[in-house]
Design a protein around this ligand. Structure first.
Ligand code: GDP
Ligand code: MN
Length: 378
C-alpha cells in the first residue's frame, strides 16, 4: 500500500521527523481559508500517487490567499497521471537552501534494508548517477548506527548541525520503516531551510501483509471507494499512471501482462489481480470497478485453472451487456475450458486472443488510436 504524501508525512511526524506546517483540503474555499490562516506564502500540492507530480503541474506556489484559490481551482479540475485530483495539501512555503535525497529500501541481494542518500535531492533518484548515491546496509539485529550515518553525511558533503539533524532523521526513518513494516520510505527532497532540516516530500509503501498488526494505519477508505471495495473483495488492486486497465489472475500473470504492455509501448493505468479461484460474481464486480476508473483500454488476461475460461467469458459478457464497459476490451484466454469460453465470447460478438503478446500488442495499438472501439473488442 502506497500512502499519499499527507499520510506519509503524518507518519514521519509521529516518529519525530520535522515536516512543514500543512493542512489537507478538498475545496477552493478551504484552500483560501488555509492560506489566510497561515498568513504566509504557501505551496499547494496535488495528492496523487503517481511520480513526477511537480513536472506534471501538481505543485503550485501561491503568494496570497487569492492566488491559492486560483491554483486550487485549477488543480482540483485537473488530472495527473490519469487520476483526478481530489485532495490538496496546502503547506507553508519553505525557503529551501539545499535539497538532499534520503531513502530506505530493501535490497534483495543482501536481504537487508539499505539507506540510500544523495546530495542530489529533489530529482528522481533513478536519474542520479550511481557514484553520487551513498549507501549503508542495515543489520536488522542492531538497527542503523549513527556512525553509519556520519559516514553518509560526510560523503554527502554535509557538516555541523545539519549533518547531525540528517543523521537523526535517518535513524528515525529507520525506526518507522521497521515498526510500520514499510517496504520503501523516501524523503525527497530532504530540505535544508536555514538551520532546519525538513522533510519537504515523502513517500511510503507499507507491506499489506502486515496490516493485521497495524490497527492505526490509515484507512484504505482514503484510497477511494474503488480501492476500499476491491480490498473488501479480497483482491489486490494497484493504481498506476498509464492508460490500460489490467485484469489478470495471479501475481505472475499480472506482472507478465504489465511487462508485455510495456514491451509494446503502453502503460498500465492500474492492475487488478483477481487471484486464483475468484468466483464469477467477485470478478464481475471487480471488472466493473476497474471500468469505472475510466481507462482508455481494458486488457483482460486470464489463464484458466481454478478459474475456468467459460466462467470468465460469461462474466465478461454479462458486464459488457450491463453497459458499464465503455472502453474497448482486449481479452486473452487460455487454459481450462478455453474453447467453451471462446464460443461464449464469440456469440456475444467479442474476440479473444490466444497469446498474451498478441493481446498486449492490440491493447497498445488501441491506446495509440485513442481507445477507439473496433472489431476485436465488439
Ligand atoms: P514531486 O514532484 O512529487 O517530487 O513533489 P515535491 O513535493 O518533491 O516537490 C517538487 C519540488 O518542488 C521540490 O524538489 C522543490 O524544489 C519544490 N518545492 C516543493 N515544496 C517547496 C517549498 O515549500 N518551497 C520551495 N522553495 N520549493 C518547494
Ligand atoms: Mn519529491
Amino acid at each position: 500500500m502506497r500512502l499519499y504524501e499527507y499520510m506519509a508525512k503524518n507518519m514521519l511526524a509521529d516518529y519525530g521527523i520535522p515536516i512543514p506546517k500543512s493542512r489537507v483540503v478538498t475545496s477552493v474555499d478551504e484552500a483560501v481559508e488555509t492560506a489566510d490562516d497561515f498568513g504566509v506564502p504557501v505551496v499547494l500540492k496535488a495528492q496523487v500517487l503517481s511520480g513526477g507530480r511537480g513536472k506534471a503541474g501538481g505543485i503550485q506556489f501561491a503568494e496570497t490567499p487569492r492566488i491559492a484559490g486560483e491554483n486550487a481551482q485549477t488543480l482540483l479540475a485537473s488530472e495527473i497521471g490519469g487520476h483526478r485530483v481530489e485532495t490538496l495539501l496546502v503547506e507553508e512555503r519553505l525557503d529551501i537552501d539545499r535539497e538532499w535525497y534520503l531513502g530506505i529500501i530493501i535490497d534483495t541481494a543482501s536481504k537487508s534494508p539499505v539507506v540510500m542518500a544523495s546530495a542530489q535531492g529533489g530529482v528522481e533518484i533513478e536519474t542520479v548517477p550511481d557514484r553520487n548515491i551513498f549507501r549503508a546496509t542495515i543489520d536488522t539485529k542492531w538497527g542503523l548506527f549513527r556512525y553509519q550515518m556520519r559516514a553518509l553525511t560526510t560523503d554527502m558533503g554535509i557538516s555541523g548541525v545539519a549533518a547531525r539533524q540528517v543523521q537523526t532523521i535517518a535513524i528515525a526513518l529507520y525506526r518507522l520503516f521497521r515498526r510500520e513494516d514499510a517496504l520503501m520510505a523516501e524523503i525527497n527532497p530532504l530540505a535544508l531551510c536555514g538551520d532546519e532540516v525538513v522533510a519537504a516530500d515523502a513517500r511510503l509503501t507499507l507491506d499489506d501483509d502486515s496490516r493485521f498488526r497495524h490497527r492505526d494505519w490509515p484507512d484504505t477508505e482514503a484510497f477511494g471507494e474503488i480501492g476500499a471495495r476491491i480490498a473488501e473483495l479480497g483482491l489486490s488492486y494497484v493504481p498506476l499512471a498509464g492508460d490500460v486497465a489490467v485484469l489478470a489472475n495471479g501475481a505472475g500473470a499480472t506482472m507478465a501482462t504489465m511487462d508485455a504492455l510495456a514491451h509494446f509501448g503502453a502503460d498500465p493505468m492500474n492492475f487488478l489481480d483477481v487471484g486464483g479461484g475468484a468466483d464469477r460474481e467477485k470478478m464481475g464486480e471487480a471488472l466493473r470497478l476497474l471500468a469505472s476508473t475510466d481507462p482508455k483500454v481494458i486488457l483482460i488476461n486470464v489463464f484458466g485453472g481454478i478459474t475456468r475460461c467459460d466462467e470468465l467469458a460469461q462474466m465478461v459478457v454479462d458486464a459488457k451487456a450491463s453497459g458499464v464497459l465503455e472502453a474497448p476490451l482486449v481479452i486473452r484466454l487460455s487454459g481450462t475450458n478455453e474453447d467453451e469460453g471462446r464460443d461464449i465470447l464469440e456469440a456475444a460478438g467479442l474476440n479473444a486472443f490466444n497469446h498474451l503478446d498478441q493481446a498486449a500488442r492490440r491493447a497498445a495499438e488501441l491506446v495509440g488510436e485513442g481507445g477507439a472501439d473496433d472489431n476485436s473488442s465488439g
